[in-house]
Write a protein that binds this ligand. Structure first.
Ligand code: MN
Length: 191
């Protein structure tokens, strides 16, 4: 993708000044790759699952939210890349703006293709992302352990593919209702 195209959809959808969301830029990775899950009470409640890759946050809207139960396959709709600054965004998107509603940072941490981070992680994850088949270890406050994220259907042109997010069957798998934990990991906000 051409440099000026990066984040262009993100910027096109928003009127900065009318929304408190960050304008954002593309950054080089600082080493530890971030993941963040935002709980977003918009017209419909959903969770935004984001992975740092290539200096932006690759993003999926997960209507039912992540689960720790490997039997639960959660639909994840691929949406536009978000700037890294978005990882700490929470608050109110005012009425009349794209995604109007409340946002909290429901979970955040780092992610790696294997349990032990390595310098090749970003390359490995880029290949997995392009192939539409990712597997990674989440090191968050609420979400831990291996998860897979894979594309099940492609849509021509707009990149809005359908993926599934599924917990791997490891020591962190559980039937606990993780979504009942509804406090931000950055503040005391609840949503
Ligand atoms: Mn959202």
């Amino acid at each position: 993708m051409k440099q000026h195209m990066i984040l262009s959809e993100y910027k096109r959808k928003r009127r900065f000044g009318a929304t408190p969301e960050p304008r954002g830029e593309v950054h080089a990775s600082k080493g530890n790759l971030l993941f963040v899950v935002q709980k977003h009470k918009a017209r419909r409640l959903h969770y935004d699952f984001r992975l740092e890759l290539g200096g932006v946050l690759k993003s999926w809207a997960v209507p039912k939210g992540p689960s720790l139960d490997p039997a639960e396959k959660r639909l994840a709709m691929h949406v536009e890349d978000h700037p890294l600054e978005y990882a700490v965004f929470e608050g109110q998107i005012p009425k009349g703006n794209y995604g109007a509603g409340s946002v909290i940072v429901w979970d955040a941490g780092t992610y790696h293709p294997s349990k032990t981070p390595s310098k090749k992680d970003e390359d490995t994850l880029k290949k997995q992302y392009e192939a539409g088949r990712m597997k990674f270890f989440l090191n968050g406050k609420k979400l831990k352990g291996f998860f897979s994220l894979f594309r099940i259907a492609s849509r021509e042109g707009d990149g809005k593919d359908t993926w599934l997010l599924v917990k791997s069957d490891d020591a962190f798998a559980s039937s606990e209702d993780i979504l009942s934990k509804n406090t931000s990991v950055l503040s005391s906000k609840r949503l």
